[in-house]
Structures are given as structure tokens and as C-alpha cells.
Design a protein around this ligand. Structure first.
Ligand SMILES: Cc1cc2nc3c(=O)[nH]c(=O)nc-3n(C[C@H](O)[C@H](O)[C@H](O)COP(=O)(O)O)c2cc1C
Length: 362
């Protein structure tokens, strides 16, 4: 089913951009995990539109309601249903898109596949769908930090041509949250903000790269062969709207090195097996090796721009579209908590799968 994700820690998201609301059902979360509405809300606040001048101006409070599965701030082991109501929808902005397809958006393919589509806000192709992922991801992250001390931090590494060098081993959430673009390098962050500002004023959009690290991940997560940890992380991130590329560890840059330069030598440290370079990005043979898991996700420039563009109408005639509405000139600042959420969901699922596997052996 296309709207469910995960095997043991499983989520199903639902809802459209301009419908009554969006949400998620989390099934398989163990009981007695301490989680409050405020902890989930804090993550949604990082994702919400209208949070700064470089995000969409749609003004949604995105207040989460927990409908089931949590009692006195403890999970009960039953399905956790969460709802966020849509309140600032302006369907009229999408009238022209009823008859014309937005270039590089989902209008044409949804229409071709289903023979029907929800026009206002792009329906389910809208990034509002990711609200459910972020709410569920907050619970997954709490599970991982509670049972294993896992820390997940994502940040903007690149906007357009501006690229920051960040050490994933030491980057902190506080540094990332220190500016509105969510890049921990303050000087480059301000250049990135200027670039997004200039692009927005021109009615255009810009893309970039988010890097994410998961620290203190237990050894042994990931399943050979089809559910390799990097394969599941790749699917998780590539399932995000506008995500067009995924790398782990040295990624594509590693292809330029020889094996002698690229290999990640082992060394002993305080009774642990460590690796020197972490070019493997914390995963070898599809299984976590105890080092930091480091991944990158590339996001394209936002499809809906406020400039006239060549397109076709629903009859297939050439025409021009002059889109309106409130759009993110760059999706990356808001995608940071979404990337963290997807990483947490994958790791929590594999943590429970590893626990089930080891449980059978003892
Ligand atoms: C946080 C976030 C915000 C987004 N905001 C917009 C937006 O304002 N306008 C838009 O056209 N696309 C936006 N997108 C991307 C679209 O949802 C996406 O391009 C669309 O679903 C088509 O999918 P594709 O680009 O992966 O092919 C956003 C994506 C994310 C992750």
C-alpha cells in the first residue's frame, strides 16, 4: 500500500493539502514509551509553513491532536492516531491549474494515472502530507533516544552553489536551529538566506542538499539483502516530495578514489571495533557498523514558481501558466525536520526488527 511505510514500526499517512486535515496512524510502537504532545508539536513547529520570510507564507499553526494510543504521556501499545487540521487553505489560487498542468509538479502524472486529481494545493502531492511523517518521526526518535541514546541531526549543507563544510560528528541541533535556513555555518547561512531572498523576489526557486547524521546507532541494524539499511534510508528520503538524489558516506565522490584511498581501516578502541575514515557512512554490507550514519538528500528547486511557464492544458494544447499562490522559494529549510523524521522511522523499524531477531535466539 502506497501510503504505509515500515514493517514493525509502521506508519500510514493520509490527507490532502486543502482538505479538512492531514494525519498519521502509527502502529507497532512499543508500550510505556514516554512521549508528550508538546514533544511532537515542537517538531511540527520546525516544519510548519509561515515560520520565516524564506518559507511559504501559508499561515498554518499545525497544532497536533493525539486521538489514540497515548495515555498520561505514555504510549499504550495500541495504534497512535494523530490529526492536524488545515486552516489557511486558499483553493482559489489553484483555479488555473484545474485546466493547465504545472511543469515539474505532479498534476499531469496524477491525472494520467488516476483520471482524477485533487486540484487545490496539489492534494496529496503537497508537502502537507509530510506532517504525518514528522509527527510519527518524533515518536520514533524518542524511542531511539530512550532505548539507545541515538541522536539524529539534519542540516542544510548546500543551497544553489553555496556549499558548507560541516562535521557530522560534532554538529548540534542548537547550531542548526540558530538561523532560519538551518545551516550550522553562520556565515554561509547568511549567504544562503540572501540567495533565497533574491530568488523569491524574482518569483523563482532554488534547490540544494541536506546532510543528516545519526549518532550512537547500535551495531547490527539492517537486513541483507533487499532491506539493507542504506536501501531503506534511500527509499525513505527519495519518497519525500522534491527529493531527487541520495548518498551515503563518501557517496558519488567516492567513485573518484582508488580502493587503497577509499577503504575505511578498522582499529581497536576501548574494546570496540572502530573505523578510521567513516567513508562507509556507518553502514557496511547493509548493516550498521556502530559509526555515525551519514546520508545526504538532494532537493530540486520548487516546481511552482511565480513566472509564466510553457505547458499544456488538459486537452493537450500548448499554453502558458502563470502560477499564483504561496509557495516555498526553497523547500530545504522546512525539509530538515522531515529528513530527520524519515531517518528516525527507518532506524526505529530496524531497531525493533533486530530486537525481534535476537529475541528469537535467546
Ligand atoms: C518541505 C517541502 C515544501 C514544499 N513546498 C512546495 C511548494 O510550496 N510548492 C511546490 O510546487 N512544491 C513544493 N514542494 C515539492 C512538491 O511537493 C513536489 O515537487 C511535488 O509533490 C512533485 O513531486 P516531485 O517533485 O518529487 O516530482 C515541497 C516539498 C517539500 C519537501
Amino acid at each position: 500500500m502506497a501510503s504505509t511505510f515500515g514493517q514493525l514500526f509502521r506508519i500510514a499517512t493520509w490527507g490532502e493539502s486543502h482538505g479538512p486535515g492531514v494525519g498519521v496512524v502509527v502502529d507497532g510502537c512499543p508500550p510505556r514509551l514516554a512521549i508528550s504532545r508538546e514533544e511532537i508539536q515542537a517538531e511540527l513547529d520546525r516544519r510548519r509553513p509561515g515560520q520565516s520570510r524564506i518559507t511559504s507564507r501559508r499561515d498554518e499553526a499545525d497544532q497536533v491532536e493525539i486521538l489514540s494510543g497515548v495515555e498520561d504521556n505514555l504510549t499504550t501499545g495500541t495504534p497512535i492516531a494523530m490529526l492536524v487540521r488545515n486552516s489557511d487553505a486558499r483553493g482559489g489560487d489553484y483555479e488555473e491549474m484545474r485546466t493547465k498542468y504545472r511543469p515539474s509538479h505532479a498534476d499531469f502524472t496524477y491525472q494520467a494515472k488516476y483520471g482524477i486529481r485533487t486540484v487545490p494545493g496539489g492534494g496529496r502531492a503537497s508537502a502537507r502530507e509530510t506532517i504525518g511523517r514528522v509527527a510519527a518521526g518524533a515518536i520514533a526518535a524518542k524511542l531511539l533516544s530512550t532505548v539507545a541514546g541515538v541522536e539524529i541531526v539534519a542540516y542544510v549543507k548546500q543551497i544553489g552553489d553555496i556549499e558548507a563544510k560541516v562535521d557530522p560528528a560534532t554538529v548540534s541541533r542548537e547550531k542548526v536551529e540558530g538561523n532560519i535556513v538551518r545551516c550550522p555555518d553562520e556565515i554561509l547561512a547568511s549567504a544562503m538566506i540572501d540567495l533565497i531572498d533574491v530568488t523569491r523576489k524574482a518569483g523563482d526557486s532554488v534547490g540544494g542538499v541536506i546532510e543528516a547524521v545519526a549518532r550512537k546507532v547500535p551495531l547490527g541494524l539492517g537486513e541483507p539483502v533487499f532491506d539493507r539499511l542504506e536501501a531503506d534510508l534511500g527509499k525513505a528520503l527519495l519518497s519525500l516530495p522534491a527529493c531527487k538524489g541520495f548518498e551515503v558516506g563518501s557517496g558519488f565522490a567516492g567513485t573518484r578514489l582508488r580502493g587503497s584511498q577509499h577503504n575505511d581501516p578498522f582499529f581497536p578502541e576501548a574494546g570496540r571495533v572502530r573505523t578510521r575514515t567513516n567513508r562507509s557512512g556507518g553502514i557496511q554490507g547493509g548493516i550498521s557498523n556502530g559509526e555515525d550514519i551519514v546520508v545526504r538528500a538532494a532537493f530540486k528547486p520548487t516546481a511552482t514558481i511565480l513566472m509564466a511557464q510553457e505547458t499544456v492544458d488538459v486537452q493537450g494544447n500548448a499554453t502558458t501558466l502563470q502560477a499564483r499562490g504561496r509557495h516555498d522559494p526553497c523547500v530545504l529549510p522546512r525539509a530538515v525536520p522531515i529528513v530527520e523524521a524519515m531517518m528516525a522511522l527507518v532506524l526505529a523499524d530496524h531497531f525493533l526488527r533486530q530486537r525481534a531477531l535476537c529475541g528469537r535466539m535467546t
